[in-house]
Design a protein around this ligand. Structure first.
Ligand code: NAD
Length: 489
């Protein structure tokens, strides 16, 4: 057992216009270690007034500094950020494992992914181009892509480093200034990353601001403000719908990366050992609290028993415990209320199907901790709420199918369309299924790989807009046509 030491960090403050702002000590809020339930640190909550100041600072920085028209500067800042995060990789991963509860290896991968985002968007910042046409002799049309202005970036707790950078790096590369609103569960790791960014001397004050959570009114102000031009939100579909409605009065652009209920389809010709090992890992990433976690196993009837036996063996043997003990591969649920919500779902699963493997709390071993070991539930009806709802935890359904059409019908039976995976040895079938699946990402004989270079778009109620890849830059840009009659006489 290797227990990593908690990196001591001060209270997470708000950052506005180049200055860290602390509130009254009496108003400080606590952040908790999900593995023990004990206080981990403190943060100064955001307020509507602080949010207004941050938006005003971002507006000024956009209108009055060179940032919006300095792509080389933006690339340099993002490269410096990548270098700073790399130099602090272990400490950031440890802090993430403590505050979010995920295993250290997953926390480390998360920071590595964030570094990759920063480097990728640094490159794109220098290679954005427009178009030029001459539709009639001597008449020139220049089509340029301009940064939208102020970007509001709202981040969930489940991957607080990667998801911050996935939006923020693209927004900064495009030339926007930003106001970040992290989740209330993960203010310490958010502040640690923002510290690296704002410490880069070349970045003008006000380009990046960060306002902690302080209740719904703080995020709502960011969405409603007429000085904010685009909202990049990652979170649940329910909140995404509220954000879209709240953005309507100002007609601001919204990019919504929302929930999922990701099916994995396993055919009877698949390499079962490989499928089981891939999917055990992919279903338990971040204790199943990941938008693209494999949460539904759709398995051909011919191999249902073999798959179920092999999977249960795997799920039982995964070491679960505090993420900062490097022996553990699966960490804690984000907090006790969410762990207890999942226990409620397990009670309900008994009505929906057969619980083949029932998850256990580890309360005796880790009193105060929010642990739940994996569960596997055999369900036949897609109408079961266990199938319909995003449970966001280590409860996975097992659903039999007889042929491709039934597999697709079952895969499409929920409102979500974030991702899917297919396991088969037949190339034709794998590509046919990939084409027919209504999902923004499809993995073949693997599950869960997301890379900075490849666009990610939630279909159906999993979202609107694209992050990752070159298209993500477009989420933070608008188009301008400049018409120029020239050289006609
Ligand atoms: P959430 O929707 O509860 O909260 C997300 C963020 O929105 C938090 O910062 C929260 O404080 C803020 N928020 C809540 N209400 C708001 C409002 N009215 N106005 C403005 N901001 C508001 O989600 P969560 O529990 O933090 O995260 C889990 C969810 O995120 C899951 O549904 C998961 O699938 C989804 N998710 C999606 C992706 C993706 O790429 N599609 C990635 C990660 C997580």
């Amino acid at each position: 057992m290797a227990l990593l030491e908690h990196p001591q960090v001060g209270p997470a403050q708000n950052h506005i216009d180049g200055i860290w702002r602390h509130g009254p000590v009496s108003e400080r809020r606590e952040t908790f270690d999900p593995a023990t339930g004990k206080i981990l640190g403190h943060y100064d909550p955001g307020t509507v007034d602080l949010m207004d100041e941050a938006i005003a600072a971002a507006r000024r920085a956009f209108d009055e500094t060179a940032w919006a028209s300095a792509p080389r500067l933006r690339a340099e800042v993002l490269l410096k950020l990548a270098a700073r995060l790399s130099a602090d990789h272990e400490r950031l991963a440890t802090l993430n494992a403590y505050e979010n509860g995920k295993s250290f290896i997953q926390a480390k991968n998360e920071v590595a992914t964030a570094i990759s985002e920063a480097k990728y968007y640094a490159g794109l910042a220098r290679s954005m181009t427009g178009r030029m046409m001459e539709p009639e002799p001597g008449c020139y049309s220049l089509i340029s892509r301009e940064p939208m202005g102020v970007a509001g970036i709202i981040v969930p707790w489940n991957a607080p480093v990667t998801l911050l950078l996935r939006s923020l790096a693209a927004a900064l590369a495009a030339g926007c200034t930003a106001v970040v609103k992290p989740a209330p569960q993960t203010p310490l790791i958010n502040a640690a990353v923002i510290q690296h960014l704002v410490a880069i001397t070349e970045i003008p004050d006000g380009v990046v601001n960060s306002i902690n959570d302080g209740g719904p009114a703080v995020g709502e102000r960011l969405v409603a403000s007429s000085d904010v031009d685009v909202i990049s939100f990652t979170g649940s579909s329910a909140v995404g719908k509220r954000i879209m409605a709240a953005a309507a009065p100002t007609l601001k652009r919204v990019s919504l990366e929302l929930g999922g209920k990701t099916p994995s389809i396993i055919f009877d010709d698949a390499d079962l050992d490989k499928a089981i090992s891939e999917l055990a890992r992919a279903s338990l990433v971040n204790s199943g609290q990941q938008c693209v976690a494999a949460s539904r196993f759709l398995v051909h009837r011919n191999v249902l028993d073999d798959f179920a036996d092999g999977m249960m063996q795997r799920l039982r043997s995964v070491p679960v415990g505090p993420g900062y003990d490097t022996d553990n591969l699966v960490g804690a649920i984000i907090d006790r209320p969410n762990r207890d919500r999942l226990l409620g779902w397990l009670d309900r699963c008994a009505d929906d199907g057969d619980i083949l493997l029932r998850g256990e709390t580890l309360d005796e071993r880790y009193p105060g901790g929010a642990f739940l070991t994996p569960s596997l539930v055999l369900v036949s009806s897609t109408e079961a709420l266990t199938v319909q709802e995003e449970l966001f935890g280590p409860i996975i359904t097992l659903e039999p199918f007889a042929d491709e059409d039934e597999a697709l019908a079952k895969a499409h039976a929920t409102a979500y369309g974030l991702a899917a995976s297919v396991f088969t040895r037949e190339l034709d079938r794998s590509l046919r299924m990939a084409r027919r699946l209504r999902a923004g990402t499809v993995w073949l004989n693997t599950h869960g790989k997301l890379i900075a270079e490849a666009e990610m778009e939630g279909h159906r109620e999993s979202g609107i807009g694209r992050l990752h890849g070159a298209d993500a830059i477009g989420e933070f840009q608008q188009t301008k046509h400049i018409y120029l009659p020239f050289g006609q006489s």
